[in-house]
Structures are given as structure tokens and as C-alpha cells.
Design a protein around this ligand. Structure first.
Ligand code: SF4
Ligand code: MSK
Length: 646
């Protein structure tokens, strides 16, 4: 074992002690030294003349190139492009499943699914140009479902519909730079074509195509996933829950919902809370059924149903090692093969459910939207029947923290202005007056190559202390929740201005905005803040930064590119730029992006450097807006009010 601190999360620390020399992501990361060429993006293996490892000089003193002559810049750009295409595909294929289920539900072909938020359906119909007058809700839903699915196969003509939700200034930038996405599938396929050997061999051109592909996700597939899920399952509103492995109960049947898509897990929540099923669990000797989430399936059922997050991505094997997880139900993304090996030591049934993802050694129960309730019943029963098979030492770390989740952008707006005057005005005013200095989105994963949850906690603490509002998604949000930072009490840790605003509005200074696809909610909030006025004309004017301090996934790279293309500065930490072997790529993503999009994509090695850079960026934006001096608060007396009314 190395000297590196593996985690700052007490439940994780205790579980790692408990499992001893069991193989986990933590131990394997210590055993597996990353390959330098691969980690810098300078290894190309896209054809049979290679693999070619670039970097350094040839014997003759020339920059090394591949057998085909490709430079390190081309190779690094190609590697990033393929990661972005994969990341975008993961999010947006999730969006496609949601759109297909949505359409089936609208046509009455998916029992168990329906429309929970009609108001949002009408709003979304507007984005797609669907006429609503004189039509039934069902007709509108069918038209919206078809329009959403149509975004995937669009070939040319007008860009994907949601890009028009951006500010006019931003849309113009996209048009000028030709990064308007045409249709999701086209952007991914074209990018894969461009990165085939002997096609696109210009780093900047490959990079801009990667941006366009990421845009098709951020302002397309991901945003549609969020919207359609909200319409079907309800737009989140704040609710209470608890976070960390301590939510598991020794005497209950414990079911973990893990992955990213809420289509099946929503139904599992329905079935597992059904009194008949609870009786069935009791008939097998359990006291009840406890559900827990991991990763973003966990975030989805947390946001809408209050299911507690049992942990974030690095805790999936450790959850099994508690010995009390009777079934881990998984769908897609961030579900690691190590859980099957871990499950062999205990009794946990790992059940794969999605046609895209089987794991050798796991049981597969295929989810079909046309038969969702029956599938959910079969799965919950399988978990209950497995309760009697527990083996191995049981240990549930006694760590959990209360939390509030469920901050959709609709709710944030409502919370700020009330039902009849829902508006971002109070937030803009608080930023202009300096009570809130800016906003930071801390998003993304955990990575065993950096201390688990450490940067998330550090940045939350340091930012709110300096009057910066923090919004979070993904595993980062779960990391903060496990530290107890997602409760109103956290305002005691906040600076005086932020504290005052939180007290007035009745919120915590750290808001959970949802899963990874819900980073689209961040784009929506930023756009609405710009539209509200007083803080410039575009997202690039706002004192706002996006950070993924513990990223691991290709999806994170996609998110970074669409956020930068939208005008938001992005900083990553932990693992460094996967294209750093190319000085040209490093320039293009920093100075180059600044010139084009008004924002940069940077990788910084330490949490302290991330904090410093974030604060500097926020202050620079405040200065440019002319709001860098904190304004004195003026309390109006009656005479002054009368004067105002004149
Ligand atoms: Fe090597 Fe060029 Fe083939 Fe890449 S495309 S593996 S650099 S020969
Ligand atoms: S689950 S993509 S580890 S945030 Fe969305 Fe967590 Fe990152 Fe997966």
C-alpha cells in the first residue's frame, strides 16, 4: 500500500480497513502505474501500422511522428476526440432511451409511465416548435417525443433545436465558429470518421469538431434527457434524505440502484415501497426494504424520490463488502467489473438490466419499457429471496449525514422569486451587490489516483467561506452530501453575504442539482441569469466557473468542452490533461479557447491551485463587469420609499 491517503470519507476509510487485502479500485490503482504515453495522449493505436508512441526526437533530431507521419498534435487531438465522442454517446444514448420510453408512454404503449409535469411538457413543446393549441396532452407528448428522437437522426439544415435556448450572443459565436451541432448521431459518426487513420490531420480542426460533438450532447442529448425525465417522473423539488453507507440496514433487504438511467430504477422505487412487497420481504425474515443509490442512478432517484445515496463511484465494491447488500441493480456507465469479483466473497446478486451492458458473472434481467413493472417486480423479488443467503462478516460503517437534494433550475427560480414572480433577479442583485461573489459548479467523479472526496470537500468549504454559491452534480454532489454540506446548517460555514442570502431565501449554500446529464441544468441557470440582466450579455461575462477536481470519465471531458463552448471557464484536477503530450493542444484549449469562446479549459495539479485560479477568475469577471467593489447596503427608510414611488 502506498503512503497516499486513499479517502477522507470516514465510511470509506473504515470499509477499506475492513476489507484488508481484498482487491478494490483503491488497491488496483496503487498496483497499476499509468503508462506515460497513454496518459499524455501521445500513443496512437488507430491503425495496424502502429501503435506509435510519440514524444521526444528521432535519432536525426526531428520531432517523432507516427509511421504515417502523424504529429503528436494530431495524435493527441484524435485521442481527445474519440474520448469526447464516447462521453457524448454515453450521455446522449441515455437521452435516446428516455426519449423512446417517453414516446412509448405518450402512445400508451409503456404501462407504468406517464406525464407528471404538464407545465414542463408545454415549455419543452415550445423549444421544439410543437403547436399546443387545441391539442390534447397526449397529442402534445407524442409530438414532443417524436421531435426529441428526431434530433438524433437530423442530418443537416437548422441546428439541433435546443441551441436556440442559449443567449443570442452565444448562438452567433457558435454559428461563426461552425460548432452548431446538426444532429447527434451525425456529429458522433463524423468525429469517428475524422479520427480514422489518414483523414483529419489538423489538431485545431479535430478539436473544433470535438467541440461540436460535445455541443450535440450538452445542448442536445443530455438536456433532452433531463427535460423528458422531469416531464415523466416529476421536476425535482427539495426533499430530505441521508447520505453514505450508514443508510444500509442490517435487518432489511438492501437494494442498491447503480448506473445512470432512471427508467427502471423509478419503477423499482415504486415496487419496493409497495406494502405487498414489504410484506413479502417480512415473510422472508427481513424487517423491511431499504433502497440506496450509487452514482447517477442514485442521484436520479434521490432528486425525485428521496432515495439516499449509499456512496459515490469508488464505493461500489465497498457497499458489497458491507455484507448486507442483497442486490445491486445496475444499468449503464460507471458500473465497474470489480463488483462481480467483490460479490463472490459475499452473497450480493449483481443484476445487469440494460441491453447495452452485461458483465460476465452477473445475472442479466432485461429491462423493457413495455414491461417495466413486471421487470421491477422480478428484480425486487430476486433481492428479497437472496436475503437468506447472506454470508461473510457484516459491517455497516456508522456514518451517514442528513441532506437536502432536489434543486431543479425551475425550483431555484421559484425559490428566489415565489410562485407568481419566479425570477433570478434576487440572485443577480446579490451578485451585483457583492453579497454573493459568484457561483461555482463542482461536478464530476472520484478517481483513486487522487484522495477520494478530498478536493470536493476542500473546495466547497473554501468557496462558500468566500461568499461563493456552490452548485453540484454527480459523484461530487454525493461527496459533499456525505460530509453533511447539503443542509441549511452549512450556512454557518459561509461568508456573511452568502449566509445572509441563504437565510433570507431559506436555502443551503451548496445545492444539489442532480446527475451528470443534469449539468444541462447548470447551462440553463447560467443562461437565465444572463437574460435576467445586469451581469453582461453572455455566460462568458458571468463570475462563474465549473470545476471537476476528481474526474475520471470520458463524459467529464465532453461536459468540459460543451461548458467552455458555452462561455464558462472549466478547471479539472487530479489526473492531468490527457493530451498534455502536445504543446499545441495545451495552447488550443487554453489561449485558443479563450480567443474563440471567451473561456478556457485548464488542468491544475492541486486543490489549492484550483481554488486560487477559481477565485482569480471570479474576481477578474467582477472587475470587468464593474462590480468588483462591494457596495454598501442601503436600508430604505419611509421617506426614501415615498420618494421612490413618486
Ligand atoms: Fe501510427 Fe499513424 Fe497508424 Fe496512428 S494512424 S497508429 S500514428 S501509423
Ligand atoms: S456517476 S460520470 S463517476 S460523476 Fe455520473 Fe460519478 Fe462521474 Fe460516473
Amino acid at each position: 500500500m502506498s503512503d497516499k491517503i486513499r479517502s477522507v470519507d470516514p465510511a470509506t476509510i473504515e470499509m477499506l480497513e475492513k476489507v484488508g487485502d481484498m482487491s478494490t479500485m483503491f488497491s488496483r490503482a496503487e498496483e497499476m502505474k499509468p503508462c506515460t504515453f497513454g496518459s499524455e495522449g501521445s500513443c496512437c493505436r488507430v491503425c495496424g501500422m502502429g501503435p506509435c508512441r510519440l514524444g521526444g526526437k528521432s535519432k536525426e533530431g526531428r520531432e517523432k511522428t507516427g509511421v504515417c507521419g502523424a504529429t503528436i498534435h494530431t495524435v493527441a487531438a484524435r485521442n481527445l476526440a474519440r474520448a469526447v465522442a464516447a462521453g457524448a454517446s454515453a450521455h446522449s444514448d441515455h437521452g435516446r432511451s428516455v426519449a423512446m420510453t417517453f414516446l412509448a408512454a405518450a402512445k400508451g404503449e409503456a404501462p407504468g409511465y406517464g406525464i407528471k409535469d404538464e407545465a414542463k411538457l408545454m415549455t419543452v413543446a415550445g423549444y421544439f416548435g410543437v403547436q399546443t393549441e387545441g391539442k390534447t396532452v397526449q397529442e402534445i407528448a407524442v409530438a414532443v417525443g417524436e421531435a426529441a428522437l428526431g434530433q438524433y437522426g437530423k442530418q443537416e439544415g437548422t441546428p439541433m433545436a435546443y441551441v436556440h435556448r442559449a443567449t443570442e450572443k452565444r448562438q452567433q459565436i457558435w454559428e461563426d465558429l461552425e460548432v452548431y451541432p446538426r444532429g447527434f448521431d451525425r456529429e458522433v459518426v463524423q468525429l469517428m470518421h475524422q479520427t480514422h487513420a489518414g483523414v483529419d490531420q489538423d489538431a485545431e480542426h479535430i478539436l473544433m469538431s470535438s467541440v461540436r460533438c460535445a455541443m450535440a450532447d450538452g445542448w442536445g442529448g443530455s438536456m433532452m434527457a433531463t427535460d423528458l425525465q422531469d416531464i415523466m417522473f416529476g421536476t425535482p423539488k427539495p426533499l430530505r434524505s441521508e447520505a453514505n453507507l450508514g443508510i444500509l440496514k442490517q435487518k432489511d433487504v438492501n437494494i442498491i440502484l447503480h448506473g445512470h438511467e432512471p427508467l427502471l430504477s423509478e419503477k423499482i422505487v415504486d415496487i419496493a415501497t409497495d406494502p405487498e412487497m414489504i410484506e413479502y420481504a417480512k415473510s422472508k425474515g427481513a424487517e423491511g426494504i431499504t433502497l440506496g443509490g450509487i452514482c447517477c442512478t442514485g442521484n436520479e432517484v434521490l432528486m425525485r424520490r428521496g432515495v439516499g445515496p449509499a456512496g459515490n463511484v469508488l464505493q461500489q465494491e465497498l457497499a458489497i463488502a458491507t455484507g448486507v447488500v442483497d442486490a445491486m441493480i445496475v444499468d449503464v456507465q460507471c458500473v465497474f467489473q470489480g463488483i462481480v469479483e467483490a460479490s463472490k466473497k459475499y452473497h450480493t446478486k449483481v443484476i445487469t438490466t440494460n441491453e447495452r451492458a452485461k458483465i460476465t458473472g452477473a445475472e442479466h434481467i432485461q429491462f423493457e419499457e413495455h414491461n417495466a413493472i413486471e421487470t421491477a417486480k422480478t428484480i425486487v423479488k430476486a433481492a428479497i429471496d437472496n436475503f437468506a443467503n447472506r454470508k461473510g462478516e457484516v459491517f455497516i460503517p456508522d456514518h451517514k449525514k442528513p441532506m437536502i437534494a432536489g434543486y431543479s433550475h425551475e425550483y431555484i427560480k421559484y425559490m428566489l422569486g415565489g410562485k407568481f414572480r419566479a425570477s433570478f433577479r434576487p440572485l443577480n442583485d446579490a451578485i451585483i451587490s457583492g453579497r454573493i461573489q459568484g457561483a461555482v459548479a463542482i461536478v464530476g467523479c472520484n478517481n483513486p489516483r487522487t484522495t477520494h472526496d478530498d478536493s470536493h470537500r476542500f473546495l466547497v468549504e473554501e468557496l462558500i467561506k468566500r461568499d461563493i454559491l456552490v452548485v453540484m452534480t454527480g459523484c461530487a454532489a454525493q461527496g459533499a452530501a456525505k460530509a453533511g454540506y447539503m443542509t441549511p446548517e452549512t450556512m454557518e460555514m459561509a461568508g456573511p453575504g452568502l449566509k445572509e442570502i441563504c437565510e433570507t431565501i431559506g436555502i443551503a449554500p451548496v445545492l444539489h442539482l442532480g446527475s451528470c446529464v443534469d449539468n444541462s441544468r447548470v447551462l440553463t441557470v447560467l443562461t437565465e441569469v444572463v437574460r435576467e440582466g445586469g451581469l453582461g450579455e453572455d455566460i462568458s461575462d458571468l463570475p462563474a466557473v465549473g470545476i471537476a477536481p476528481e474526474w475520471y470519465s470520458e463524459k467529464a471531458l465532453t461536459i468540459a468542452l460543451y461548458c467552455v463552448a458555452s462561455g464558462a471557464d472549466v478547471i479539472f484536477g487530479g489526473v492531468q490533461a490527457p493530451y498534455r503530450g502536445s504543446s499545441e493542444m495545451m495552447r488550443l484549449t487554453t489561449e485558443g479557447f479563450k480567443e474563440k469562446f471567451g473561456a478556457t479549459f485548464e488542468f491544475l495539479p492541486t486543490k489549492e491551485e484550483i481554488l486560487e485560479a477559481t477565485l482569480n477568475k471570479i474576481q477578474a469577471k467582477r472587475k470587468a463587469l464593474g462590480i468588483d467593489t462591494q457596495k454598501e447596503r442601503v436600508l430604505f427608510d419611509m421617506d426614501m420609499r415615498r420618494e421612490l414611488n413618486v
